[in-house]
Every structure is written in structure tokens, then in C-alpha cells.
Ligand binder design. Structure first.
Ligand code: PRP
Length: 206
């Protein structure tokens, strides 16, 4: 696995706006999707293209098309839904696979409550969406679920990640790539990222 900290002035600026304690729900959602577009741009930059000849305004012209890449976008309920539009803006044909987990706030273990995967997931690259990578428990459970379903290519997009969660996924899933807009300092004693964004689910859904 590789960690990709997507370090860009626009992203650093927008993550800074997300951290504002009294940010409105609508502003948080807008920024989350804007950042996700930029993460998607970065996470797809190795996609292969092929040549295709089309009829242009001045006759035949050779253009590039993405080569046979099938993608499934995997929002982790709830908060991952707040990043969906950002991916769809860039990859409108992506099929969705939806998984639901909440974190038991005492044990910090993920609890699964919903799964609906796209057809032929084994042929697709999965782009997991979740604003927060904290202990890594939720991401680990999602990756396992996707691998058990036959998925062979998995990437995760995050707005904010803690070193503890990154290290866990690095160790347990060396084949998975993580794209994050920020790597924060640490987790606090109740598993929240510091400085973090607060509860992203609450910020997105109000
Ligand atoms: C948050 C977040 C991740 C998870 C991260 O979800 O969106 O899914 O916690 O924590 P972890 O890395 O320690 O597993 P939450 O449980 O708050 O659910 P929600 O999205 O429904 O608000």
C-alpha cells in the first residue's frame, strides 16, 4: 500500500475551512465534495487511456479514452455519502457499492449494518469514501468485505487521517492505496482525530 498525502494549496486551503468549529452543514458538504473531486483526480492519474478515432468539427481526429476501467465507488455510511457527488462529477459512470458501519463509541469497533455491492465487483476498482480514517477499524472491515467479495483493486479517499489508522492499514493491507487530504497529529483517548474535523457524519447530516 502507498500513502498518498494529496498536498496541494487548494486542498490545504479547503481543509482549513473544514476545520472551522461552527461551519455550516451546507458549507461542509460543499467543501467535502470539492476536496473529493481533487482526491479523485489524484487517485485516477495512473488510469490507462487508449486511442479512438472520432469525427471532429474538421474531420477525423484521434482522441484519448479511459481504457476499460470499471470503477465502483464505495461510500461508507453515513459520512461517506458526503463525498459521493465529488466522485460522480469526475466519474459519472461509476457503479455504487454501499456499506454501512457505525463505530461503537466504547470499544471503537466497527459495527456493520448494511451492505449492497455492485454487480461484478471482482472486475472493478473500488474507491472507498469516508471523510475520516481514525483507528482504521472501519476501513479494515470494509476492505476485508470487499476482498471477500473478490475485489482485487482497492483505493480509499479520505479528508482527514490519523497516523494510527494509516499504520494499521499499512500493516494489514499492503496492497491498498490511501489518498488523504490531510494527515493529522493523533487520536485522542476517545478515538477522535486531533485536530481533526469533529464528527463528520453530524457535520454533513446536521
Ligand atoms: C466515523 C467515520 C468513519 C469511522 C472512522 O463514522 O466516518 O466511518 O468513524 O473511525 P475508525 O477509523 O476508528 O473506524 P461514525 O461511526 O461516526 O458513523 P457515521 O458516519 O454514521 O457518523
Amino acid at each position: 500500500m502507498a500513502l498518498h498525502l494529496v498536498d496541494h494549496p487548494l486542498i490545504r486551503h479547503k481543509v482549513g475551512l473544514l476545520r472551522q468549529h461552527d461551519i455550516s452543514t451546507s458549507h461542509f458538504r460543499t467543501l467535502a465534495n470539492e476536496i473529493t473531486r481533487l482526491l479523485t483526480y489524484e487517485a485516477t492519474k495512473d488510469f490507462e487511456t487508449e486511442k479512438k478515432t472520432i469525427k471532429g468539427w474538421a474531420g477525423k481526429v484521434e482522441v484519448d479514452r479511459i481504457k476499460g476501467k470499471k470503477v465502483t465507488v464505495v461510500p461508507i455510511l453515513r459520512a461517506g455519502l458526503g463525498m459521493m457527488d465529488g466522485v460522480y462529477d469526475m466519474i459519472p459512470g461509476a457503479k455504487a457499492s454501499v456499506v454501512g458501519f457505525y463505530r461503537n463509541e466504547e470499544t471503537l469497533e466497527p459495527v456493520q449494518y448494511y451492505v449492497k455491492l455492485a454487480k461484478r465487483i471482482e472486475e472493478r476498482m473500488a474507491l472507498i469514501l469516508d471523510p475520516m480514517l481514525a483507528t482504521g477499524g472501519t476501513l479494515n472491515a470494509t476492505i476485508k468485505l470487499l476482498k471477500e467479495a473478490g475485489c482485487q483493486s482497492i483505493r480509499g479517499l479520505f479528508l482527514c487521517a490519523a497516523p494510527e489508522g494509516i499504520e494499521r492499514i499499512l500493516n494489514e493491507h499492503p496492497d491498498v492505496d490511501i489518498y488523504t487530504a490531510a494527515v493529522d497529529e493523533r487520536l485522542n483517548d476517545v478515538g477522535y482525530i486531533i485536530p481533526g474535523l469533529g464528527d463528520a457524519g453530524d457535520k454533513i447530516f446536521g
